[in-house]
Design a protein around this ligand. Structure first.
Ligand SMILES: [Zn+2]
Length: 226
């Protein structure tokens, strides 16, 4: 067992989860962040139903990619099967964040994607943030959480360029290179969703602005930042 990797995961996942209330993305226990150490093959995730005031680093549950418990005394988040499915479907993911943040969830409940209306969106998401199809009755009845992950993978046109999705009638999932990066993207998504709500019916940005802002921050020719 890679004890060093386990300790690092627990610390990182704890800190990333604590950013959710700090950034105003969750109330009560409505959210969860995980992180995966690809080299060690281990995933750390928030325990189920533990409030953020009570959460401690040692409470973080560590699993392998098949969902087998590696370390932890508590039950893992009820959304764990969705996280595992996404780590399997998108091998570049290092962290996943799920919230019911207000404005992104409004779009999810309206079953509408979030169009790119400005450069704030284009800096982070290279296109509309997609909405999934609704799950079928069968998909809801059995293996609901895993099927949620499968539907995300099925519906997403560009998981590398657009690190976010809206699950129909549910809420957003975002991802990134680690847990904190996934929370960062969740925070940007919430702000973008708020702005987009007031821009409904207006024209989205063209591909010139979308490409310029996305590619100056991402990819081989990025030049934004230090
Ligand atoms: Zn949820």
């Amino acid at each position: 067992m890679d004890l060093k990797a386990i300790e690092k995961l627990k610390k990182n996942v704890y800190e990333a989860n604590m950013l959710l209330p700090k950034n105003g993305l969750v109330i009560f226990t409505w959210g969860n962040v995980s992180e995966m150490d690809r080299e060690a093959g281990l995933i750390g995730i928030k325990p189920s139903g533990v409030s953020y005031e009570d959460l401690r680093p040692e409470d973080i549950v560590v699993l392998d990619l098949s969902g087998r418990l590696v370390e932890g005394k508590m039950r893992a988040s009820s959304d764990t099967a969705t996280h595992l499915e996404l780590y399997r479907a998108f091998p570049f993911l290092g962290g996943i964040c799920h919230t019911h943040s207000r404005y992104a969830t409004i779009f999810a409940q309206r079953k509408e994607s979030i169009l790119p209306f400005g450069t704030t969106h284009a800096d982070y998401f290279h296109g509309a943030v997609p909405i999934t199809r609704p799950l079928t009755a069968e998909e809801i009845a059995d293996d609901y959480e895993q099927n949620t992950g499968k539907v995300i993978a099925e519906c997403h046109p560009d998981p590398e360029g657009i690190p976010a999705v809206l699950v129909a009638n549910h809420g957003p999932f975002t991802w990134g290179k680690n847990g904190k990066d996934a929370v960062h993207n969740a925070t940007v998504l919430e702000e973008v969703a708020l702005m987009a709500l007031y821009c409904q019916g207006k024209d989205p940005v063209g591909s010139d602005i979308l490409d310029k802002h996305y590619f100056r921050k991402h990819g081989a020719n990025a030049y934004y930042g230090q």
